[in-house]
Design a protein around this ligand. Structure first.
Ligand code: NAD
Length: 337
């Protein structure tokens, strides 16, 4: 039997753990899998592009488990009051192919993206960061703020979105967190001025230059999350050109990340090398550093692993017969006789 986690099960799992503990524990699962980087089969995600967006499949496998995520990105969905990003995924036994878990991953993607962002910042951002600018206040944004508040102790956030209703929504959603101070800015330039960390998490299918060189100092950490597709970036190429850039999986980021605007010779560092100590993280904790995040399959694999762990711990989820179990496995026809 396969465990099925729908939206209501996921809500129950998040309520049981609490969103801050969920992000904290998930960050640990992702960090563990990044430490085991060499043991994973890795490939770029398979992307089917259309005029309005993209639908992607993100597979990876360890010796024990196989996982994949289906995810889309359709910025214009918002015009029809629909989600920009939706996802679901599965975890299976590598040895047999039997599916163990089929899960919603829309809520979980927001949590895992925030967890990955804060995991990278834990290694790459300067110590004692106090203020973060959050540019783009849509579906992902609250999760980013909670992650950076919980794991890095940031209490002051400056918000900017071209749609003021998005910033108001964000503010209303986080009113219960009294230690979090949110200030809505009138422009990107105002929001980023003096911020220790800048998170960009906008959605627009174009090479945008939301952060321009004249807006920032040479001493800031940029968590660039929204540019994650060919022809969809957020940071001015002159900033990328003079920054130290960290990516998740270089072959995928060269096509999808901010570095798609850079020549192939432009040097980048993969995050797993920093987490494993192959590259010294202190070299990134001062000056201008960009985490050029596009989302990588291992992060979703870790998320599926964590969901399975929580599902077993709290006995939440439905057992479904996703694959047939005939008495004689060669007699599949018996199911339809
Ligand atoms: P969303 O549509 O809910 O929110 C996007 C917000 O960006 C909207 O409020 C919109 O008004 C705002 N925006 C658009 N252009 C802007 C601009 N120029 N300046 C300021 N604000 C602007 O989308 P979402 O689900 O929050 O996702 C945001 C982005 O993050 C998407 O591009 C998505 O593909 C990306 N994403 C990346 C990862 C990753 O792992 N790197 C994971 C999930 C989502």
């Amino acid at each position: 039997m396969t465990t099925f986690i729908d939206i209501s099960h996921m809500q129950q799992l998040i309520r049981k753990t609490g969103v801050q503990q969920f992000i904290t524990e998930l960050t640990g699962f992702i960090e563990d899998d990044y430490r085991n980087w060499a043991h994973f089969q890795k490939c770029r995600r398979v992307a089917n592009h259309s005029a309005l967006g993209v639908i992607e499949l993100m597979p990876t496998a360890s010796e024990i488990l196989y996982g994949f995520k289906y995810v889309n990105g359709h910025p214009s969905n918002a015009d029809k009051n629909n989600l920009t990003v939706m996802a679901f995924g599965a975890l299976a036994e590598t040895d047999t192919g039997y599916p163990l878990l089929l899960s919603e991953l829309t809520l979980a993607t927001a949590l895992r993206t925030a967890a990955t962002s804060v995991l990278a910042a834990k290694y790459l951002a300067p110590h004692h960061v106090r203020t973060m600018a959050v540019i783009g206040n849509g579906a992902q944004s609250e999760f980013q703020i909670l992650a950076f508040h919980t794991l890095l102790g940031i209490n002051h956030f400056r918000l900017y979105d071209i749609d003021p209703r998005a910033s108001e929504k964000l503010k209303n959603n986080l009113t219960e967190y009294q230690a979090i101070h949110l200030h809505i800015s009138d422009s990107v330039a105002e929001a980023v001025q003096g911020a220790d960390i800048i998170t960009t998490i906008t959605a627009d299918k174009k090479n945008a230059t939301i952060i321009k060189p004249e807006m920032i100092s040479d001493n800031v950490y940029i968590n660039a999350v929204g540019g994650d597709c060919p022809g969809k970036t957020e940071i001015h190429p002159d900033i990328i050109n003079r920054a130290r850039v960290v990516v998740e999986y270089e072959p995928q980021s060269r096509i999808e990340g901010e570095i798609q605007n850079m020549p192939a010779s432009f040097a980048v560092t993969e995050l797993w090398k920093i987490i494993n100590g192959n590259v010294n993280n202190r070299d990134f904790q001062h000056g201008l550093t960009v985490f050029d995040s596009v989302g990588f399959a291992i992060e979703d694999f870790s998320t599926l692993r964590y969901i399975r762990h929580l599902s077993e711990k709290y006995r939440i989820g439905e057992k479904i017969e996703l694959v047939p179990q005939p008495a004689d496995p060669r007699d599949l026809f018996s199911y339809i006789k």
